[in-house]
Write a protein that binds this ligand. Structure first.
Ligand SMILES: [Fe+2]
Length: 332
């Protein structure tokens, strides 16, 4: 991983547990055998918040891999980031109604390269050998806990798979190599046949088709979309999910979900306060438009396939925040 360490403020390794601590503005981030600790100034003191280290690293891995994504990435009910596209807001307690009203919240904004470099440096230091923050818990080791024990650069250097053309079309990234990407243990029943394409002579490199279910059955990561189709501002981002979405995503635009297999339970809350809004079970074939004013976290009891449809039209966050656009795509 290329680390821009000149942008990162970190300590020497702790003599007891071997981990470095990191500072971003007034925030301080430390880890020990079991917990990440975030602390920040509030009411003239330092306020601290602890997250289990495996949850913290899974969330931070998504924030880095998604480039801070659209809107809010809540690591939990207290701590997270909000993408301001060029700069990134880091917050503690700001979008938790009780903390914020108690005067314990804190927000600071950083240039994107600074926070990205720091998050990558944290992952490089805090992810131990054998632990893969992209994997489902059953598929990786518990080596995340305990004192510092090596690194796993191979796992944390994965980036999301962007395509320039449809996967499999000449000139684009190849489809998943069948030898390198075996069928996931939960998708052994997914048919692996490929569509038959008969192109007119001269159009062989322009016409293609692939089996999306086969493609997804070989995904080796969870909760990390593959952008398999781009049509202007429309992004097709199918993904495979297992266990818990490691973040509560706060939408800054409407987001569409199509459940392709199995089921996911979504905990939907108010984006600003965290007040409960809905619990939704989406089964295979269900379609949902997640509104622009919510945060959501998904629970997938076995590996499932979810088609996420994102609208990358520039300027959408401002148009929703100003009220120009309703938070729902359709008013019934
Ligand atoms: Fe979302």
């Amino acid at each position: 991983m290329a680390l821009a360490m000149d942008l990162v403020r970190s300590s020497e390794p702790d003599p007891i547990n071997g981990y470095r601590s990191f500072e971003l503005g007034e925030f301080k981030l430390t880890r020990d055998a079991y917990f990440a600790t975030v602390d920040w100034p509030a009411k003239g003191q330092r306020h601290i918040h602890k997250l289990p280290i495996d949850y913290f690293l899974r969330a931070m891995m998504r924030d880095v891999a998604w480039g801070f994504f659209y809107g809010w990435v809540n690591f939990d009910h207290i701590f997270g980031t909000k993408n301001l596209y060029g700069t990134v807001e880091m917050y503690a307690g700001r979008y938790n109604e009780a903390y914020h009203l108690a005067g314990l919240s804190y927000v600071e904004t950083f240039d994107e390269p600074v926070i990205m470099a720091t998050f990558k440096a944290i992952l490089a230091d805090w992810v131990n050998a054998g632990f893969d923050p992209f994997a489902a818990p059953e598929e990786t080791s518990t080596s995340v806990f305990g004192p510092k024990n090596g690194n796993n650069f191979e796992a944390i250097e994965r980036t999301r798979l962007n395509t320039q053309r449809m996967p499999g079309v000449a000139g684009d990234s190849p489809l998943r190599d069948e030898a390198a990407y075996p069928i996931n243990r939960h998708f052994l029943d997914v048919p692996q046949d490929d569509p038959v394409v008969r192109a007119e002579p001269g159009f062989e490199d322009q016409l293609s088709a692939f089996n999306l279910f086969k493609y997804l059955s070989r995904s080796d990561v969870t909760w990390n979309p593959s952008v398999t189709g781009v049509c202007k501002a429309s992004l097709a981002c199918p993904t495979t999910e297992e266990f818990i979405l490691p973040v509560f995503h706060g939408n800054d635009r409407v987001e569409w979900f199509i459940q392709l297999s199995d089921h996911i339970v979504w905990d939907v809350q108010d984006k600003e306060t965290g007040r409960p809004r809905a619990m939704i079970t989406m089964r295979a074939g269900d379609v949902a438009a997640m509104p622009a004013d919510i945060r959501h976290q998904g629970y997938s009891p076995k590996r499932s396939m979810l088609y996420v449809w994102e609208n990358a039209t520039p300027g959408l966050p401002d148009r929703y925040e100003s009220g120009e656009l309703p938070v729902y795509p359709v008013e019934f």
